[in-house]
Design a protein around this ligand. Structure first.
Ligand code: UDP
Length: 237
């Protein structure tokens, strides 16, 4: 399948149309951004690592019954995916406190969150992705009540599946963000799952092995992503 036209270019990925109206090609770039695009850098190999990482996770999720848009990895930086109509909301699950939760509620980083916290955010850079709830989503028509319920259920199911997968690799799944879309009437997981959109800590040392290394200027960003990939058994070229 060949790329036809650029459909959309985001902060870290570009998507292209193909000759199949139901399929698109997702290209993972080396661009790495934080703070609503205020901090941007090119990190060698990041696109490749995230493409392989995403393929591995999406295949695991599909095998565990979570329908998603991933079809196949096409090259070092590209994957073929179903073309979904994305819902403009981000679904976040948190197992340990970090990031905006600590800033918002003044809780200490690293405290256990049991049961896990679930949050919705509106995808809107100009408004800095504000936190929203089910009521906002339904009233403004960003998704239906049934889609809201399904996104919550699916995002929490993903927590069970990936929490166990990462635990086996000596990692804590601190939090993560998922995005969903509609494919001919079926709700499916879209976007990506990579260390750009989740927090992963070493289970023993609690070292950060995710994009917080970039956000906090800790260095060794791609090295950390490769460390996680290696522990999961992902063979990178
Ligand atoms: N996240 C993301 N994209 C966003 C916002 C958050 O992928 O636009 C991820 C982030 O990497 C983390 C989780 O969602 O794993 C929760 O992020 P948080 O609300 O703590 O915001 P942050 O501290 O990243 O600003």
């Amino acid at each position: 399948m060949k790329k036809l036209a650029e459909l959309y270019s985001g902060k870290a990925k570009t998507v292209y149309t193909t000759d199949d109206p139901d399929r698109m090609i997702m290209e993972f770039r080396n661009d790495t951004s934080a703070f609503d695009g205020e901090k941007v850098e090119q990190l060698e190999r990041k696109g490749l690592v995230n493409n392989y990482f995403n393929a591995f996770v999406m295949e695991k999720l599909a095998a565990a019954g979570i329908a998603n848009h991933f079809e196949q990895r096409l090259s070092a930086n590209e994957s073929l995916v179903k073309r979904l109509t994305m819902l403009p909301v981000e679904c976040v699950v948190r197992n340990l406190a970090a990031g905006s939760l600590c800033r918002r509620l003044g809780v200490a980083e690293g405290i256990d969150l049991s049961p896990p916290v679930f949050e919705f955010f509106l995808k809107n850079d100009a408004l800095h992705d504000p936190m929203i709830n089910d009521s906002h989503i339904c009233t403004f028509g960003w998704a239906s009540a049934a889609q809201v319920a399904d996104m919550k259920t699916l995002t929490l199911q993903v927590n069970e599946i990936l929490g166990a997968l990462f635990a086996d690799a000596g990692l804590l799944l601190v939090d993560y963000k998922l995005e969903f879309g509609d494919f001919h009437g079926t709700l499916m997981l879209g976007d990506e799952f990579s260390p750009d959109g989740c927090r992963l800590w070493d289970a023993k040392t609690r070292d950060k092995l995710d994009k917080d290394r970039f956000r906090q200027g800790l260095g060794g960003v791609v090295e950390a992503y490769e460390e996680v990939a290696g522990r999961l058994g992902i063979a990178l070229p």
